[in-house]
Design a binder for this molecule. Structure first.
Ligand code: B16
Ligand code: MG
Length: 220
């Protein structure tokens, strides 16, 4: 039986990827002389702040051009810009169907926690006014490895005392689905079959998420 749900944030609960992209695009252009494109942006999803910077530097052929101190400054500048963008977020930025889905899970009595790589996740949850639904949020500063390592999902399940085999994880990224499955959990994908074909159950978008279907697929 299902004992708990662990959620990714960006791409499942809200679309913060567009703000990450906007902030990285400016810092990459202004500070690094690198012009990133949507294909690079795809590679930043679910990846930590520093790793995102490294992806961009590699794309621009500048992976060894800066000291660690300089890199930290670029990351801080990006985050300051990002924070000014997410300040404008409101509950209207919750993805379609998510509010109803969270309500249904709560009504069914399952605890939920957040497995987001973002250090800004608590602030975003507050802006979206979804704090009441999540019993816990993993602090990514405590992680030694990023997705697709299962660590973040295991911590999220531990925080709500949900045994891994009885936990359902939701993700929109390949690395996230892999992490959920490596943790021994049931993976719910949100996205295209070409990308997320490995998920245990797949929904084309958040509006189609259906708790009864997940429970039935889990019980199979
Ligand atoms: P921050 P998720 C991830 O969120 C984003 O997808 C990724 O683009 C970002 O770099 C990462 O959080 C770190 O975010 O700079 O705010 O700490 O998909 O794991 O919810
Ligand atoms: Mg995501």
């Amino acid at each position: 039986l299902i004992k708990g749900f662990v959620f990714d944030l960006d791409g499942v609960i809200t679309d913060t990827a567009r703000f990450h992209y906007q902030a990285w695009k400016k810092v990459a252009h202004d500070e690094l002389g690198i012009d990133i494109n949507p294909a690079v942006n795809e590679k930043l999803k679910g990846v930590s702040r520093m790793d995102s910077l490294n992806v961009i530097l590699k794309f621009g052929g500048k992976e060894n051009a800066y000291t660690d101190t300089e890199k930290r400054e670029f990351a801080t500048e990006k985050n300051d810009l990002y924070k000014s963008l997410i300040k404008q977020m409101t509950p209207a930025d919750i993805l379609p169907g998510i509010s109803n889905f969270l309500q249904a899970i709560t009504k069914a009595g399952y605890p939920m926690s957040l497995a987001s790589a973002s250090r800004n996740a608590p602030f975003i949850i507050e802006r979206l006014e979804l704090g009441e639904y999540f019993a816990a949020i993993v602090d990514p500063a405590t992680l030694s490895k990023g997705k697709p390592d299962p660590e973040i999902f295991e911590k999220a399940a531990d925080l709500i005392h949900s045994p891994y085999a009885d936990t359902v994880g939701l993700e929109d990224a390949v690395a996230g689905i892999e992490g959920i499955q490596r943790a021994g959990m049931f993976a719910v994908g949100v996205g295209k079959p070409e990308v997320l074909g490995k998920a245990d159950i797949l929904f084309p978008d958040t509006a189609h998420l259906d708790l009864a279907k997940i429970e039935a697929a889990f019980a199979e």
